[in-house]
Each structure stands twice: as C-alpha cells, then as structure tokens.
Design a protein around this ligand. Structure first.
Ligand code: HEC
Length: 152
C-alpha cells in the first residue's frame, strides 16, 4: 500500500469514526424519470475519467456491484439512483435527511463540484474537483465506465 493510499484510508477511518451506521431499508427503488442525457459517450473522456476516479474515488468506491465493502457504497448504476440505496451498505443516519436526492446527471454534476454545500455532513473526505475538465471526465466515466469494464 502506498503512503498516499494509506493516508487516505487513515483519513477515512478518522472521518467515519464520527458517523453512526444504522440499518436503513435498502429495497430497490425504481429510478425516477429524468431529463435526457447530456453526457456524451466519448472514449477519450471516459479514459480520462477513469484516471480521475482511480486517484480521487477508487480508494473507497468501486464500479463493481459486489464491492461495497471498501469504505463507501459501490457506484455502479449510480446515475438516476436515489441517494443511500445500496444493498448491503449501511449508510449513516444523518443521510436520512437527504433521501430526496436522486443522483441524476445534473445533481451529480453539481455535487462533484461542491459536495459540502449540498450535503454538509457527508462522511466523505472529498472537497470537490476544481478543474471543470476533470469533472466532466469523471461524470462521463461514472456514466459509461461500467460498460467499459464489462466489455471484452
Ligand atoms: C475516503 C473515502 C472516500 C473517497 C475517496 C470518496 N468517497 Fe464517496 N463515499 C464515501 C462514503 C463513506 C460514502 C457513504 C456516505 C457517508 O458515509 O457519508 C460515500 C458516498 C458517496 C456517494 C453517495 C452514494 C449513494 O449511493 O448515495 C457518491 C455519489 C460518492 N460517494 C461519490 C464519490 C466520488 C465521485 C468520489 C471521487 C471523486 C468519491 N465518492 C470519493 C467515501 C469516499
């Protein structure tokens, strides 16, 4: 484990110590109807987004549905998923105040930019990506990266 990765994990443990896990119902919720997609399937962007994800998110998240056990819930099928609805992952109780949030493209784009303003208590040591190109790439990867993984 590299020092960087270790530090991120350490930070998380400290951050998570303040979070109280509760059992929430994790029944599958039908995705809500949403606006037409504005995220273009651009292989170069997806590739760039994969790197952003690797350095900024992958320490705690995976796009693999069987991997919610890292530190955070898996982010597979994230687009149009309501907040806090991952089977097998115990979300902290304070998130019950935010269950109206659905991770549609616009919401996710906003959150990637200013996470603390949207969900101030989030037990996630992530302060937002300042570079618009990185944000666009990350969004594209979050939307299409899973297909990429599943393709031969
Ligand atoms: C150090 C660990 C860590 C890192 C790094 C991290 N997250 Fe998280 N993330 C979490 C945890 C833990 C949660 C669960 C919510 C909570 O405990 O507050 C979470 C929740 C989320 C959620 C809500 C999921 C849902 O089902 O509602 C999204 C979306 C998310 N993270 C995206 C990202 C993205 C995108 C990145 C990279 C830019 C990232 N996270 C980086 C730990 C992390």
């Amino acid at each position: 484990m590299s020092l960087n990765r270790f530090l991120i994990l350490l930070l998380t443990v400290v951050a998570l110590a303040g979070c109280q896990a509760v059992t929430t119902s994790s029944a599958d919720v039908a995705p809500s109807a949403s606006a037409p997609s504005t995220i273009v399937h651009d292989p170069e962007l997806i590739e760039r987004g994969a790197k952003v994800f690797k350095y900024r998110c992958a320490a705690c998240h995976s796009l693999d549905t069987s991997k919610s056990q890292f530190f955070g819930p898996h982010l597979a099928n994230l687009i149009d998923r309501p907040l806090g609805q991952v089977e097998g992952y115990q979300f902290p109780e304070y998130l019950n105040d935010y269950t109206h949030i659905v991770w549609d493209e616009a919401t996710l784009a906003q959150w990637i930019e200013t996470p603390q303003q949207m969900i101030p208590d989030m037990c996630m040591p992530y302060m937002g990506l300042p570079n618009p190109a990185d944000r666009e790439a990350l969004l594209t990867y979050l939307k299409y990266g899973q297909q990429l993984r599943n393709s031969p």
